[in-house]
Write a protein that binds this ligand. Structure first.
Ligand SMILES: [Zn+2]
Length: 256
């Protein structure tokens, strides 16, 4: 079968989902309208990052059309947009990139409500024996995961290790099993541009704050679960400036 399903093309599916997003989540739709979008089978699912100086969302057409229902498609778009809203794509990071990705997913998947969490998504309950608190920062989850990974590494584990481990020796065996399994199956192509974009720190908090404030004004609907205080943004850059510029152009409130 081709990558159309019920005659729906990938372009139709994305524009339908963008309309749904606009109706149910205008705040996120506002972000979505200012992004580059690329349809690509080179990535397994969907991802957001910086591609040739532009904030870009890439979507695998087979994943989007065949593996997701209508509600899940909105959830996937919102998931990626949350990574942008939380500035995860601009986090400077030299540590374990898998842990960074897991921590970022733990953050954003708490905000998908009212849309369903896609199957296989990384959520807090998967790490139940780590007793992670909800609604914490990326750094909080990263720290907890790093502590877990350190304990596992003391047992000889590393990403890609083929050895069979008995995690029952640890105090968090279920979490260790999950981390091991995610590591084994992880495709790093998704968030691969993360952490590689060097941005200056200047005025970043206020810039991202302004963007959020503006988005809130444009969209009078209640913004569920959004708390700009929690945005760990510390970056400003030509990327963001361009993004703000485009946002401004698309913002009816700024046209006076
Ligand atoms: Zn993600």
């Amino acid at each position: 079968m081709a990558i159309t399903m019920n005659e729906l093309t990938i372009e139709d599916a994305i524009s339908d989902s963008a309309m749904d997003l606009l109706f149910f989540e205008p705040f996120y739709a506002h972000f979505f309208s200012s992004l580059n979008r690329v349809i690509s089978e080179e990535i397994p699912t969907a991802c957001i990052g910086v591609d040739r100086d532009a904030i870009t969302m890439k979507i695998n057409p087979i994943f989007f059309l065949k593996e997701l229902n209508k509600q899940e498609r909105i959830a996937v778009l919102k998931h990626e947009l949350l990574h942008l809203g939380f500035a995860h794509i601009f986090k400077k990071f030299n540590g374990d990139r898998l842990l960074l990705n897991i921590a970022a997913d733990l953050v954003v998947n708490q905000f998908l409500n009212p849309f369903p969490i896609p199957k296989g998504a990384i959520i807090l309950s998967g790490f139940a024996d780590l007793k992670l608190l909800p609604m914490q920062s990326l750094e909080y989850y990263l720290d907890k995961l790093q502590t877990l990974a350190d304990k596992m590494q003391k047992q000889g584990w590393f990403h890609g290790s083929k050895k069979k481990f008995d995690w029952n020796k640890l105090s968090n065996p279920r979490s260790a099993e999950l981390l091991e399994s995610i590591s084994r199956n992880w495709d790093f192509s998704g968030h691969d541009s993360w952490g590689k974009i060097e941005l200056t720190d200047l005025e970043s908090n206020s810039k991202i704050g302004e963007m959020l404030e503006r988005a809130k004004k444009v969209n009078r609907r209640k913004i569920l679960g959004w708390n700009s205080q929690r945005i760990p943004a510390n970056h400003q850059s030509p990327f963001w400036q361009r993004f703000f510029h485009r946002l401004e152009k698309s913002d009816p409130a700024s046209r006076g």
